[in-house]
Structures are given as C-alpha cells and as structure tokens.
Design a protein around this ligand. Sequence first.
Ligand code: SAM
Length: 283
Amino acid sequence: MLIICPTPIGNLDDVTPRQLKALQDADIIACEDSRNTGKLLELLHINRDPQRTKLVSYHEHNAQERAPELIRHLQHDLTVVLVSDAGTPTISDPGYRLVQLCHEHGIAVTALPGPVAAMVALSASGLPSNRFFFEGFLPAKQQAAQERLHIIKQLHTTTILYESPHKLLRTLQLLVDTFGPEHIICVARELTKLHEEYVRKTTQEMLEDYQSRDKVRGEFVILIEPSTESGALEGDALDAKILELLQQNIRTKKIRDQLSSLCDLKSSELYAHIEKLKKDNNL
Ligand code: SAM
C-alpha cells in the first residue's frame, strides 16, 4: 500500500499519531530529500532500522525512473510511505505521478490528513472560503505570471498563491498592476512557526509594507479576495499589449492564441482586430 503522509509545515507538534505510526511501520519512506526527512525522523525520535526501513529519494528529477521501482516494491506487498520536505506530498510537491501509477496498477492508496499551508492560510485569512482557487506557484517568467493573474481575476473567486521570498515583491507588484491598488489581499507568513504573521491590506499597502522591510524572509502564502471586475483585457490596455507583441514581430495567429483567454472578444474578432492594428500602425 502507498500511504501519503503529510509532515509539519513548521511546528513539530502538528505531527499526528497516525503519521508517527506510518513512519515507524514503513518498509520504504519515499522522500524529497533524505537529509531533511532523516532529520525529521530524528526529531520525532523514530529510530529507523536501516535494514528494515529504507529511505529512498523521490523528487522532480528522478520521478521518471524511481516511480516504476517503487511500484515494483508495492507489488511485492511492501508499504511505501510518501513524504515531502514539509506539508502534504503532491500539493506543489512531488508525488502525483507515483499516485497515478498506483491507481493504474490497482495498488491501494491511502492519504493521512495533515497540514497544507494553503488550507491553514485560507482558514485564517477572513476571505470567502465557500469556493476558492488554488494556483500554487505562479510561473517564473514575468509575462506568463501576468497572464495567469489576468485569468485568475476573471474567476471571481478567492485565490491562493504560494510564493518564495525572492519573488514576493515581484508578485505584489503584479497584483497591484492586475487587480488595482485598492484590492484586498492577505499575506500569511511563517505559518505555525515562531514568527507567524497574517497581514491583510490593499495590494498597494502590502507592496509598500514589504518594500520597507529590511529583508524579505520566510515562507509565504498570498490570498487574493475575489475580483468583482471583469478582469478582461480591453480597450487601450488590449491595444497596448497587441502593439507590444507586434513590435516583437510575433505573428497574428500567435498573438491571438496568447491573448484569447485574456479578453472577451471571439477568436475571429480578435484576429481581425490584431490585423487592423497591424495595418494602422504599418507593422
Ligand atoms: N506541500 C506543501 C503544502 O502542503 O503546503 C507545499 C510545498 S511548496 C514546495 C512550498 C511552499 O508552500 C512555500 O514556498 C510557501 O509558499 C508554502 N509554505 C509551506 N510552508 C509554509 C509556512 N509554514 N508558512 C507559509 N507558507 C508555507
């Protein structure tokens, strides 16, 4: 059986008796980083007998070859416990492929309840939570991130982002640009840890708050209140975007494909509009 086993996101006391038992009884612990998990097992006083319980690394870069190996062990009735560095495996963490393969091979899968930073943050954010959208990490590239935010704005739903400290200011600036300076967001930092902090304010205030801090440190979840505006690219903003792309010599069809999900025009209308701007501007 494959057991998906969450681990604490900062506070060791959040480990549950069922998680402890799974880690103690495992034949194989498949983990993102064996040093981190080794340390966690030590802190939890789990004395692993290396002859009985193997620690096997399973991450983004070796998933392709490791997953079939783990499947073979599971087919021989060994218990594999899947953990990540923190929180719940498969949620913005490795594991999805292994779980998929288990289902395909008829291998039993169970998941233990435990912390997910997004859910912890959502529950304390004071933002509507009857419906929400989990984006995880935005794309690294600025333009792709901006495009995702335009799409998210049109969902009119509380949205949850994960962000690393070195990209926090970039993302806060993108939120000001996309949702406007008055839009409410909540930044949840260092959840369950000593310096836990929930700050709720407008995008512009949040950007200024973090710009004024000496150093941006810690782990962050950003929650965006649902937008009530259309969010679609239109008018001057749409034309400016099209002209920017035309000036980079990008072809009409490619521009249409890139922008069609961001604006309210039909595909054929958008194509014609791009062609018109191209002609009017001698591009
Ligand atoms: N699987 C994890 C989960 O269940 O939440 C998420 C792993 S993802 C690689 C790491 C990101 O989760 C961090 O960059 C941060 O955005 C968020 N995160 C994890 N722990 C956190 C914490 N204690 N406080 C705030 N955010 C956290």
